[in-house]
Design a protein around this ligand. Structure first.
Ligand SMILES: O=P(O)(O)OC[C@H]1O[C@H](OP(=O)(O)OP(=O)(O)O)[C@H](O)[C@@H]1O
Ligand code: HPA
Ligand SMILES: [Mg+2]
Length: 168
């Protein structure tokens, strides 16, 4: 997409940080199910929602986990989101009691498409940018629209030069 803001900042998330944030989100979701009856199932938005969904499913003892596959980004370039695999319609119904999990809401376009499948579901992401926020019911941390979030599965430990710029 040509109208996307340039990503001037990078926000690098470690596995440890992601684990803490996913747990914090799970604890927040504990009391938010319809009529306090508990969540029926989780639907993870692949692929980025899968690791957060696993952590949340474990915290909340949810054994039923389905997926919805949405493809929209090729590296940092976005195209129209396409659903390439839908969750079991008998399980999710209109979304009542269903927790939809993704790693983040950026423009909100992915979540908009997913919400059309399950209008009554609760949408939770670990991170949210301002444009994505209206599509999200619960999130943990907001970052600015011009920040690109780097997730731990996209990074590796590597050498960095000392602050002085002089190698040892
Ligand atoms: O709010 P949006 O602007 O739609 O962007 C957010 C979506 O983009 C990324 O997924 P991506 O499509 O890159 O696929 P992936 O999860 O398989 O990496 C991210 O995991 C969200 O699902
Ligand atoms: O900031 C981001 N980081 C990683 N993946 C993404 N997909 C959309 N926005 C982002
Ligand atoms: Mg994704």
């Amino acid at each position: 997409m040509t109208d996307r803001l340039p990503h001037e900042k990078g926000f690098h998330v470690s596995w440890d940080q992601l684990h803490r944030d996913a747990r914090a989100l799970a604890w927040r979701l504990q009391d938010l199910s319809p009529e306090g009856k508990g969540w029926k199932a989780i639907v993870a938005i692949t692929r980025g929602g899968m690791a957060p969904a696993m952590i949340i499913a474990r915290e909340l003892d949810i054994r039923l986990v389905d997926t919805i596959s949405v493809k929209s980004y090729q590296h940092q370039n976005q195209s129209e989101p396409q659903v390439i695999k839908a969750p079991d319609p008998e399980l999710v119904g209109d979304g009542t009691g269903i927790l939809i999990i993704d790693d983040l809401g950026d423009t909100g376009k992915t979540l908009e498409v997913v919400r059309q499948h399950m209008p009554n579901a609760h949408v939770a992401t670990i991170y949210a940018k301002p444009m994505g926020k209206p599509m999200v019911n619960s999130y943990i941390t907001e970052v600015s629209q011009d920040t690109w979030i780097f997730f731990p599965w996209d990074m590796a430990l590597q050498y960095v030069k000392p602050y002085t710029g002089l190698d040892d």
